[in-house]
Design a protein around this ligand. Structure first.
Ligand SMILES: *[C@@H]1O[C@H](CO)[C@@H](O)[C@H](O)[C@H]1NC(C)=O
Ligand SMILES: *[C@@H]1O[C@H](CO)[C@@H](O)[C@H](O)[C@H]1NC(C)=O
Ligand SMILES: *[C@@H]1O[C@H](CO)[C@@H](O)[C@H](O)[C@H]1NC(C)=O
Ligand SMILES: *[C@@H]1O[C@H](CO)[C@@H](O)[C@H](O)[C@H]1NC(C)=O
Ligand SMILES: *[C@@H]1O[C@H](CO)[C@@H](O)[C@H](O)[C@H]1NC(C)=O
Length: 411
């Protein structure tokens, strides 16, 4: 017979052992979950700037559960907190637009020419004077330090798959021969209630993982693409003093980073670089069923100034800052690439036409083999237009041990 004191001692020991076993199991399991490859999310950028030491210990699983928890305090989208400070060069380091209190301009609604316009042009004109909107997702830290090339991609909230493929292909952030390359996606607000309900939170999570999304609170519509342009120029001018060059393009194009770098190398002493698929003397389209139709009331000259197709072009940082200043003196125009052409004209800068930019379509014949010829893509800077799977396949082909019969000399 054991004394009751001994019984008590054994009981205590068993309890302690069970407790330790549970703790050990938990720790082991946690370790496995957080180190499992399928959960390894690339969010170093955000980790570096986070002042929350906890994040480093608990791993992405803890991050995920924390992200998806309902917000207790402030309502609305979580915006990146940014201290308001001014750098030595006097550049304001914060987005200074905090409210978009902008009502329709009814000044000309009773005029005859306004009454005759299509609804989308009416809407454009009613809100044309609203120049800037607040940011819902910002990354003031994105441009810190010296950056050789900033890749900037126009995207919309629902095109998550395109952003994903771009991050894996030409938009991959990397350092090539000591030259830093960074990537950003530019987005507007959800354009309807369904997008708002189903996609906004996912977008915020995507940004939480990759930290590469800028979002402004204006409706992401075709005619508001010019707002995306001007908002980016303003953002760039206040946050990016150390960026040498910018590539700006669509989210459905093929881009060769290698060829961009090569082109910039040989153009390194050219000032005011603005290179792309430039068209000179383009005529405004007057056919009403065309996507780019412009009524006489909005533009009455016979030609546009030279401009580069918005699918992809290159410019240097100092020129982007000049474009920002001059853009503020011009009225907004509903076609974003033409608007940039107007800004260039005002600066008396002539854009450079280069054959390696194919943003206005490739071969006239859609069935032409060149449209899918990797050796052709290898010699290009931008090619329009490839959807995620095609882009991935082409990227793999172009970066494989491809043997091309003759090097197409375009650069
Ligand atoms: C994680 O799980 C694997 C089996 O899936 C096991 O072999 C390994 O020891 C575990 N790792 C840790 C750190 O416990
Ligand atoms: C918006 O602007 C109008 C006039 O400019 C002003 O009367 C109104 O109070 C403003 N509303 C907000 C929410 O700031
Ligand atoms: C509308 O017209 C008035 C008077 O000409 C002017 O002061 C005002 O700025 C105009 N509104 C806008 C939004 O342009
Ligand atoms: C552009 O966005 C603003 C703000 O969301 C909106 O009021 C306006 O109607 C939009 N314009 C067009 C042409 O879609
Ligand atoms: C063209 O438009 C401008 C400004 O909108 C106007 O001042 C000018 O009179 C117009 N010219 C013609 C020929 O209609």
């Amino acid at each position: 017979m054991m004394a009751s004191r001994d019984k008590w001692r054994v009981y205590k020991r068993v309890c302690l052992m069970m407790f330790l076993a549970v703790v050990t199991l938990t720790v082991v399991q946690r370790g496995n979950i957080s180190t499992g490859p399928q959960f390894q999310l690339e969010r170093q950028t955000r980790m570096e700037i986070s002042d929350d030491g906890d994040l480093h210990k608990k791993g992405p699983y803890a991050l995920a559960s924390r992200f998806w928890k309902p917000m207790k305090s402030k309502q609305g989208a979580p915006t990146t907190e940014e201290p308001h400070h001014i750098t030595q060069d006097g550049v304001s380091k914060s987005w200074d637009i905090t409210s978009a209190n902008c009502s329709a301009n009814l000044n000309f609604t009773s005029t005859e020419w306004f009454a005759g316009l299509e609804p989308n042009f009416k809407q454009f004109l009613l809100y044309r004077h609203c120049r800037y909107f607040p940011m819902t997702i910002n990354h003031p830290e994105k441009c810190s330090g010296e950056i050789h090339l900033l890749m900037v991609v126009k995207s919309i909230i629902t095109q998550h798959d395109r952003r994903e493929v771009i991050r894996k292909t030409w938009g991959k952030e990397q350092v090539i021969n000591g030259k830093r390359i960074k990537t950003l996606f530019l987005l507007g607000a959800p354009s309807n209630e369904a997008e708002k309900a189903n996609h906004q939170k996912l977008l915020e999570y995507e940004d939480y993982i990759y930290g590469d999304i800028l979002q402004w609170d204006f409706m992401d519509s075709f005619f508001n693409l010019t707002l995306k342009e001007t908002h980016f120029l303003k953002w760039f001018s206040s946050y990016c003093p150390g960026v040498r060059y910018i590539f700006k393009g669509d989210d459905d194009v093929f881009v060769s980073v290698q060829n961009i770098l090569e082109y910039l190398e040989i153009s390194s002493d050219v000032k005011n670089i603005f290179a792309g698929d430039v068209i000179f003397k383009a005529k405004p389209i007057r056919k009403k069923d065309n996507k780019y139709y412009i009524p006489q009331a909005l533009y009455n000259k016979t030609h546009y100034p030279p401009y580069a197709g918005g699918g992809g072009f290159l410019m240097d940082g100092p020129l982007a800052r000049k474009l920002y200043s001059v853009s503020e003196t011009l009225e907004l125009y509903p076609i974003d690439d033409v608007f940039l052409g107007m800004c260039l004209e005002a600066l008396q800068v002539v854009p450079i036409r280069h054959n390696a930019f194919k943003t206005f379509g490739l071969m006239k014949n859609k069935k032409s083999k060149l449209n899918r010829e990797p050796c052709f893509f290898r010699s290009m800077i931008v090619v329009h237009k490839l959807l995620p799977k095609e882009l991935m396949d082409m990227w793999k082909l172009v970066n494989s041990n491809l043997v091309c019969a003759q090097k197409v000399q375009l650069l």
